[in-house]
Design a protein around this ligand. Structure first.
Ligand code: HT7
Ligand code: ZN
Length: 890
């Protein structure tokens, strides 16, 4: 099928005002009656009604209670003889679908014997014929009928209005959602479920019922989800004035889900991974992820549901904004400035490791894309994370209060509407007349239309005689597919100058009357900008892009001593961390490029090690921050900085750096472990999770050091911890330390872990992922991965389990995957094709593991190309995978 283009948008020829759906639920064959009231859109010339469908079996169509003529155009149902004029009319459509056979997990599908739906983006058309587009909004009344013993719980959006018994052991429930919504927000769930419930009163005094539904046996893992939901409700009201607009808000968890979760109105459906958490099965990372995804879906209730997207090209309107909101939520809950900074650093690590490579690869696209073959491929890190950075820049430019005014105006203007990114930008600007943003809006909007990561190049010059410091800052943006040249962006650069005493120098630009203390935000708009700071008594070290104030790459030539100065003193914690990363990156790149084996001997110099030791031993810094500073940049991030990528060389250098860091700081690691390893009764708060994170890193380092000299003490302690840790974070960190250091106890530890958690699917996913992700030594990982796929607990059909092995290996283990014998690529092609036969969305995600093939060194490059060509040549490929591999080869 064809490419969809943004500029081809046309309003719908009909509106659908209300929908009544009746489901006779049966896994083998579900009957759906769709009764809807439609009317012509008076603004559009008269034309036939074209209803979207996908893999449906049509039984009957009735117009105003009478049989009526129709034709099929492929999967589209076309009705030509409809009443003229603008009066509403009623259409009834009878179809069947086959939930049991629905392996794509889009539309109505089965998971663990229960019914679930997933309709975003275009899944509703797999349930009934419809105008399945987000600008068509209707009220829904839904009746579910099913066997009562097998499906005692029947849920849909909105409020329960009726329920009762039916003959033959069946029962029914009717739900009415008073809010107009697009079809992608429809949901139903039916099955054997139990709920944790909580009634809450909000600030404004309204009362609501919150429910978290899970399978029986999982109820003891729902407390954190419920707390996260309560925090989300209260936060959105306090921070943005956005109240819960439903009597009842439900979350349901399923273990078969293509994505993380879905914000269906009043009935969020979640991957179990983002709901279930108890200390013995979930790590601190899982607790954080549950909190942020629950927040994210809840916040969609306003940013996405009340105001939705006009078309799918506007996806970042809801996703970028809602990621920004969930990031702010997590930061606000974290509390202290240091804990906030840790969250910010974690977000930037994710952005750089996934979005920057996307922006530099064949799938690069603007935050508001121009075309797609398959919309599911555009639920990307560019739409989500870069989109969130664009929203963050509004806040940086107009301040928190200005941003709130913009949000207020956005809802005042657009509540109940389906709108565009332009509408959002305009509300922000109009609410902040006279601001830089309002003045620069057309240029600022280039963030939506131009793909690629801009590069900000900065050069500083100190003039001792004139007591001035001059910064020359230029911007450029590399070409991306279809966009050879870019216009300058609006780039807010938050900056400071750090003096020799480690304090911020007061900043006074030459045209200012007086100096400011601390940071200042410079707004770049030109290709090149020169800034002259006056009254600077001694040469400072520039600290640019504080807090990562724009999603750009900063190119500034700082000497190691300058980076160490920032690492020791920068008042901005983000840049303090960043200085450590840049130091390590400089060393890694130098050693990779030298190509010599001698470069692997002692890659880190003494001053660098001393600087890291000082951070590790620092009396005031938080453990979580220390752990981030002492974690070396990952192999993918390093690869992203290179024109030609030899994954084995990168791996060898990273391993050498880690070994040296482990051995030379051994006493410091032991000290840190002793300080942090006992956090008492488990709570997921930032202080104790930070300690666990540093203790985990220390244990890893100590096991790595032990591997150099045969010391048995630390591996023994790690093994003991795998056996008796009081929580999953400590247990998994200990297992990680043994497996990643390649210790002989790793095998026994893995067996232990398996025995303990063989009945806990999410914990077992970790067990699979850890092994697929482990450092490759002599090519042993691929055979291990093949072996894991033969394990009785492995299933390609379950997305979480498939990802725990395949993504962990193909996306997360560069040295294991990129083999000189090309076996990793052959494996990749086989698995993409196998998955594509039943779940194209999961297959297309895996296909993206080859995005960066063109920058690989030989022999990897030629072999990678051959594997991609093999997939591309496969007959019957889905649009999802076809789009990914075609772009890769273009
Ligand atoms: N808005 C949701 C997107 C989503 C999705 C998209 C394609 C295929 C399956 C999917 N499941 C959920 C998730 C979110 O961003 O909140
Ligand atoms: Zn979302």
């Amino acid at each position: 099928s064809a490419v969809t283009r943004r500029l081809d948008y046309a309003p719908p020829a009909f509106w659908i005002d209300s929908v009544e759906l009746t489901f006779d639920l049966d896994p083998a064959k579900t009957r759906v009656l769709n009764r809807m009231r439609l009317r012509r859109n008076p603004d559009v010339p008269a034309q036939p009604l074209r209803l979207d469908g996908d893999e449906l079996n049509l039984s009957r169509v009735m117009l105003a209670g009478q049989g009526c003529s129709f034709r099929m155009d492929g999967e589209t149902l076309v009705l030509e003889n409809l009443p003229e004029g603008n009066a509403p009319f009623e259409l009834e459509i009878f179809t069947t679908c086959y939930p049991e056979k629905n392996s794509k997990l889009m539309g109505l599908f089965m998971s663990g014997g229960d019914f679930f739906t997933q309709c975003e983006a275009e899944g509703f058309r797999r349930i009934t014929y419809f105008l399945d587009r987000p600008d068509v909004m209707a009220t829904y009344t839904v009746t579910l009928r099913a066997d009562k013993a097998r499906y005692p719980v029947l849920l849909s959006n909105g409020n329960l209005t009726d329920e009762g018994e039916l003959p033959d052991g069946r029962h029914f429930a009717t739900w009415h959602d008073p809010h107009n919504k697009p079809s992608y927000l429809f949901a139903l769930v039916a099955g054997k479920l139990v709920a944790r419930e909580q009634r809450i009163a909000t600030r404004s005094g309204s009362e609501h019922l919150l429910q978290v539904y899970v399978r029986p046996g999982d109820l003891d893992k729902t407390e954190h989800a419920m707390n996260s939901l309560i925090h989300s409700v209260l936060w959105d009201e306090a921070r943005f004035g956005l109240p819960l607009d439903l009597e009842r808000f439900m979350i349901v968890a399923t273990s078969d889900f293509n994505a993380g979760a879905m914000e269906n109105k009043g009935l969020n459906i979640f991957n179990t991974k983002y709901v279930l958490a108890k200390p013995s099965t979930a790590t601190d990372g899982d607790y954080d992820a549950v909190e942020s995804v629950i927040g994210h879906e809840y916040f969609h209730n306003w940013t996405g549901n009340r105001v939705t997207c006009r078309d799918w090209f506007q996806l970042s309107l809801k996703e970028g904004l809602t990621v920004f909101r969930d990031q702010e939520f997590s930061m606000d809950l974290a509390g202290t400035p240091s804990a906030r900074a840790v969250k910010r650093i974690e977000n930037v690590i994710d952005l750089r490791s996934a979005q920057f490579p996307e922006d530099a690869g064949p799938m690069a696209h603007p935050v508001r894309p121009d075309e797609y073959l398959e919309i599911s491929n555009f639920y990307t890190t560019t739409i989500y994370e870069k989109g969130a950075e664009v929203v963050r820049m509004y806040q940086t430019l107009i301040g928190r209060e200005g941003f709130r005014k913009g949000i207020d105006l956005y809802f005042q203007r657009h509540d109940g509407q389906a709108v565009t990114c332009d509408d959002f930008a305009q509300a922000m600007a109009d609410a902040n007349e006279g601001s830089d943003l309002a003045r620069l809006l057309p240029q600022f909007k280039r963030w939506y239309s131009q793909a690629g990561t801009p590069v900000v190049k900065a050069q500083g010059r100190y003039d001792a005689a004139a007591r001035t410091y001059t910064l020359t800052v230029s911007q450029s943006c590399p070409a991306t597919p279809g966009q050879p040249r870019k216009e300058p962006f609006v780039i807010p650069v938050q900056m400071g100058l750090v003096g020799a005493d480690g304090r911020d120098v007061p900043l006074q630009l030459d045209h200012w009357q007086q100096a400011v203390q601390g940071s200042h935000t410079v707004v770049l708009t030109e290709g090149e900008t020169t800034l002259t700071f006056i009254h600077v008594d001694a040469e400072p070290v520039p600290s640019l892009l504080r807090g990562f104030s724009a999603p750009v790459e900063l190119d500034i030539d700082l000497a190691p001593a300058q980076l160490m100065h920032l690492l020791a003193h920068d008042s901005d914690p983000f840049n303090r961390w960043e200085a450590g990363q840049q130091l390590a990156l400089q060393t890694a790149i130098e050693k990779i490029e030298s190509g010599a084996d001698t470069a692997l001997a002692q890659p880190l110099n003494d001053a660098h090690l001393q600087a890291l030791r000082a951070v590790l031993r620092h009396p005031q810094l938080d453990a979580a921050f220390k752990a981030l500073v002492l974690t070396l940049p990952d192999e993918d991030y390093i690869a992203d900085q290179l024109d030609t990528v030899d994954p084995q060389r990168i791996h060898a250098v990273c391993e050498a750096m880690a070994r040296q860091l482990a051995t030379e700081l051994r006493a410091d690691w032991a000290w840190a472990y002793e300080q942090c390893h006992d956090t008492g009764a488990y709570t997921p708060d930032p202080v104790s999770s930070g300690k666990r994170s540093l203790a985990g890193l220390a244990l890893h380092m100590l096991c790595l050091a032990a591997q150099q000299d045969g010391d048995a003490v630390w591996p023994g302690k790690a093994y003991q911890r795998v056996k008796d840790a009081g929580n999953m974070t400590d247990r998994l960190n200990a297992l990680h330390a043994l497996v990643y250091s390649g210790h002989e106890l790793a095998g026994r530890a893995l067996e232990r872990f398996y025995t303990l958690f063989k009945d806990e699917p999410l914990a077992l996913d970790k067990w699979f992922a850890l092994q697929s992700h482990a450092p490759d030594r002599g090519g042993h990982i691929l055979p291990a991965v093949r072996q894991l796929m033969k394990h009785p607990d492995f299933s390609l059909r379950n997305p979480n389990r498939a990802r725990s092995v395949l993504s962990a290996f193909c996306h997360g283990n560069p040295a294991g995957f990129h083999r000189r014998d090309a076996a990793g690529y052959v494996f990749w092609a086989d698995q993409v094709l196998a998955l594509d036969a039943f779940n194209p969305q999961v297959a297309a995600r895996l296909a993206r593991a080859m995005d960066a093939w063109a920058r690989l060194a030989e022999p990897y490059r030629a072999a990678a190309r051959a594997a991609i060509e093999r997939v591309a040549a496969h007959a019957g490929l889905s649009n999802d995978v076809r789009e990914v591999v075609t772009r890769a080869l273009t």
